[in-house]
Design a protein around this ligand. Structure first.
Ligand SMILES: *[C@@H]1O[C@H](CO)[C@@H](O)[C@H](O)[C@H]1NC(C)=O
Ligand SMILES: *[C@@H]1O[C@H](CO)[C@@H](O)[C@H](O)[C@H]1NC(C)=O
Ligand SMILES: *[C@@H]1O[C@H](CO)[C@@H](O)[C@H](O)[C@H]1NC(C)=O
Length: 548
């Protein structure tokens, strides 16, 4: 389609930069004549070699330009400007474009910034308009300041359209479930099709965990794509927390050379590239996923690098995903729990040349499988990266070609999205200020250290136990017993008092004490001798358990 450069009909109140930075007209840029302007639309005015850019305004300014300009209007933002918005920018006619003047690819790209206090989650809405373009800008959902909010994605594109483009754009800090969403149309004869999503920098998107107030997941996708025959290439997606790229069916789409990395500031990322949802009735025919790099970054991890099939995500569904699909030459590195898992696919997978040699081993060094089913736990314990269930990956529309490193499961295991952060390592010591420790024998546990446990017992004894390897070895004991602990042990109380005295009480009163009242400042338990100490204001040792 011919790109027409459209003059902006501007109210005088809009402030524009001088024309010194005029960009060539697309005709000139494409080698055509700059005066060969042939329009059948009276409202359409071509202004070759003249351009102005928007240097200030809000969504209202931009929306007025799109509404009055009609089809093919380009709203060109000045480099470096920030446009604060409290409602979406909406494309209102085919071929409209929002871009930064001169199409820079660095930090001078203009920024669309959602304002705190607003209830908007979508900064830009391009649904149901053919060939609209978001080029060379930055879209910031401002989640750290505006807050998490359920709602539509930060960029909402797609619908019954063709030829939409999002390129060279930064999309980050979505308040909602996705940074970029191309929605399907729900119409078989007018599907979302032939979109282009290239060279974008996406993320962070979402957070690990759930909202304590609502229970809603805080995580978000990087790119959520439901359009067929779509090109998703050369994007850099860093710090997505749900799926880096979620392919919702989207037959015929090519997902190539994307770089997907989890980030410690966002936490756990569930998936790198997902082919798990039953959208398009599970039709993934002709999808190609090649030469992508999926990395679990330091201090974070990706649970599932590429998930394929109806049975691998946390919500297994009875419809089987299907179609001849090619997944080749993808590279997995760093903290990735499972690189590729396939179960619940019908017809013709080619999965070859994928590299897992750079994945961190053992997997247990960055994640825990304790919440997984037995099959997943066993695969995880063996740091298996390429896993499939042969009976769940059957050919009907073609043969399966699967690289030989895959481990074939003998059991139909669903839900591979079960990994969690490992429990933080226990400390070597734990200290208490006066008046901060009070434990009775009905509670029993005083401290848990690395391979070490201190407990107060119903017989009045206080004991330090080495638990290395699950074998309990008593390292020290107070050995002052009492028969006045009460039936449930609650009368025997170990406390570091407000006066700095470390005291064991039973039903009759103090059983023993450190005698550091007035001078004890800190009580410290350690997994090594001298095990228990009370220290004074200069850190000097006043008492140890060995003084008893
Ligand atoms: C302008 O458009 C008309 C109608 O499509 C066409 O006949 C004519 O050749 C065009 N002229 C130029 C200069 O492109
Ligand atoms: C899957 O999608 C492809 C591409 O649109 C189409 O040709 C094919 O008929 C679809 N298959 C089914 C079973 O719907
Ligand atoms: C695997 O289990 C799921 C869930 O029970 C089921 O829907 C699916 O058909 C099973 N796959 C095979 C190959 O039996």
């Amino acid at each position: 389609m011919k790109i027409l450069f459209r003059a902006l009909a501007l109210p005088l109140s809009f402030h524009f930069l001088s024309l010194a930075h005029a960009i060539p007209s697309p005709e000139a840029a494409h080698g055509g004549s700059s005066q060969a302007t042939n329009t059948t639309d009276d409202a359409m005015t071509i202004t070759p070699r003249q351009s102005s850019c928007l240097s200030t305004g809000t969504q209202s300014t931009i929306n007025a330009l799109f509404s009055s300009g009609g089809a093919n209007t380009i709203v060109s933002l000045c480099p470096g400007v920030t446009i604060p918005i409290t409602a979406p920018i909406v494309f209102t006619a085919p071929g409209q474009e929002l871009s930064t003047q001169g199409y820079p690819t660095d930090s001078t790209r203009a920024t669309i910034l959602i304002q705190p206090g607003s209830t908007v989650t979508s900064a830009i809405r391009g649904n149901w308009q053919n060939n609209v373009k978001v080029l060379n800008i930055q879209v910031d959902g401002n989640r750290p300041n505006a807050g998490y909010l359920g709602g539509d994605a930060l960029l909402e594109m797609g619908g019954g359209t063709e030829g939409q483009t999002v390129s060279h754009t930064v999309v980050k800090n979505t308040r909602s479930w996705s940074c970029v969403h191309f929605i399907g149309s729900g119409q078989e004869d007018n599907p979302c099709r032939q979109a282009t999503v290239t060279f974008n920098e996406v993320g962070p998107c979402g957070h690990e965990g759930t909202d304590p107030a609502t229970g809603n997941g805080l995580w978000a996708d990087g790119l959520s794509i439901e359009c067929m025959d779509t090109t998703v290439t050369d994007n850099i997606i860093t710090g997505a927390t749900d799926g880096g790229i979620v392919i919702f069916g989207s037959p015929g789409s090519h997902i190539l050379r994307n770089t997907i990395t989890s980030s410690s500031s966002s936490g756990l990322q569930f998936g790198g590239i997902n082919m798990v949802d039953p959208t398009w009735s599970g039709n993934y025919s002709g999808v190609v996923v090649s030469s992508n790099t999926i990395t679990g970054g330091p201090g974070s991890f990706i649970n599932l690098g590429i998930g394929m099939g109806s049975q691998v995500w946390s919500n297994p569904h009875p419809e089987t995903n299907f179609g001849q699909v090619t997944v080749t030459n993808n590279v997995f590195t760093g903290n990735v729990g499972f690189s590729i898992v396939m179960n619940g696919w019908l017809g013709g997978l080619t999965v070859t040349g994928n590299s897992v040699s750079g994945v961190t081993t053992p997997s247990s060094s960055f994640a825990s499988a304790s919440g997984c089913g037995a099959v997943q736990q066993a695969a995880f314990a063996d740091s298996e990266q390429l896993v499939y269930y042969p009976a769940g990956v059957t050919g009907s529309s073609g043969p399966n070609v699967i690289q030989s490193q895959f481990t074939a499961l003998s059991t139909n295991a669903s839900n591979w999205l079960c990994l969690t952060n490992p429990a933080p390592p226990l400390p070597d010591t734990e200290s208490f200020l006066p008046n901060t420790l009070s434990v009775d024998a009905s509670t029993s546990r005083v401290v848990s250290l690395r391979d070490f446990h201190v407990q107060v017992q119903g017989d009045g004894n206080v004991v330090g136990i080495d638990t290395t390897g699950g074998v309990w070895t008593v390292k020290w004991a107070s050995s002052r017993f009492s028969s006045a602990c009460g039936q449930d042990g609650s009368q025997c109380l170990l406390a570091f008092g407000i006066d700095g005295n470390f005291v064991m009480y039973d039903g009759n009163g103090p059983l023993w004490a450190s005698g550091t009242d007035g001078s004890g400042q800190l009580l410290t338990f350690s997994r090594e001798a001298p095990w228990v100490t009370v220290t004074g204001s200069n850190g000097q040792t006043l008492w140890t358990i060995g003084n008893m």
